[in-house]
Design a protein around this ligand. Sequence first.
Ligand code: NAD
Ligand code: IPM
Ligand code: MN
Length: 351
Amino acid sequence: MKKKIVALAGDGIGPEIMNAGLHVLKIVAKKVDFSYEVENYAFGGAGIDAVGHPLPENTLKAAQASNAILLAAIGGPQYDKAEVRPEQGLLALRKSLGLFANIRPISVHPAIAHLSPLKEEVVAGVDFVVVRELTGGIYFGEPRELTPEKAIDTNVYTAQEIRRIIRKAFEIAQTRKKKVTSVDKQNVLATSKLWRQVAEEVSLEFPEVTLEHQLVDSCAMVMITHPQKFDVIVTENLFGDILSDEASVLPGSLGVMPSASHAESGPSLYEPIHGSAPDIAGKNIANPMSMILSVALMLRQSFGEEKAAAIIEQACDKVMSRGILTKDLGGTSSTTDFTEAVIKEIEKVEG
Ligand code: NAD
Ligand code: IPM
Ligand code: MN
């Protein structure tokens, strides 16, 4: 049966990198006989332009009825004053689909370790995963209020919300180096005190996995000084947002960072961790790797197409080792040059 994929190109560089991702998907699908169909829907600023709302009803319905969702990026300065901002559409989509587990893998391939702004020996071999809680915390807590004299955001976590994301982190660690770093601010926040307590409880279910706790401020520092020490980092929504953008400094660019978001049931969503990059939109210079690698994650995690995922990942590594790089990594290749080079590598692989 054909798998139904919903594509949300969104705004800024979104359409450019979505084109790259879908092109790569088409080529690799032929190689491995993966049968699928893609439907494109308006989302984010594009949704506002089309129907006045960042998450149009038909977009949400299609996403709910799909087997997986590919999202490129949303947002932009032209929507800063919109009644409902593109970002609110993204949060509503995540919430409606129950996408509580956002998996953000970070690795530095030896071929590109020298491109990092950090010392090569600090980043070589870095390979960890940030497991970010995505449907709770200060992003969604009530009350929220904004007046000229006072503003309120509320951080709320239930033990159940913490338990399921910590469990997810332990399950991932079991398949890797068996270490979980739970990141919190338990010296100050009540939500973090509960977080740490639940992490301890869940760790008893996974005796073969080591649990360590780290405060978020010092974690931000260790991520730059000793990033090789991490295996799986699990943390709340806001900390995960910030730490994962920080982690992009290790490989050298936000443009290489994919992510997967999972619910307890129903379709998963795959998207780069970066935004719509309005500063470089429309110039054919964005790094499409974050989107291409998100396609690889989709093939592996939603469809069990391990071979297709590995073909894509290896093709990206090979292209980068040959020095074909976009501007964010110091190269001169365009978005389409890089994508074509990846496709050529995929075409060389025996079917
Ligand atoms: P951003 O991630 O869009 O860009 C930060 C910097 O990284 C910019 O200099 C940009 O050019 C660069 N960059 C990002 N992706 C790149 C790529 N693929 N190739 C090369 N360079 C890349 O963050 P921002 O500028 O703070 O936000 C812009 C808009 O994106 C805002 O409206 C924000 O809310 C939105 N946003 C959306 C998402 C999403 O769609 N999931 C994520 C983050 C931010
Ligand atoms: C991300 C983004 C979003 C977030 C914004 C655009 C709502 O920064 O996906 O990391 O904060 O989750
Ligand atoms: Mn972010």
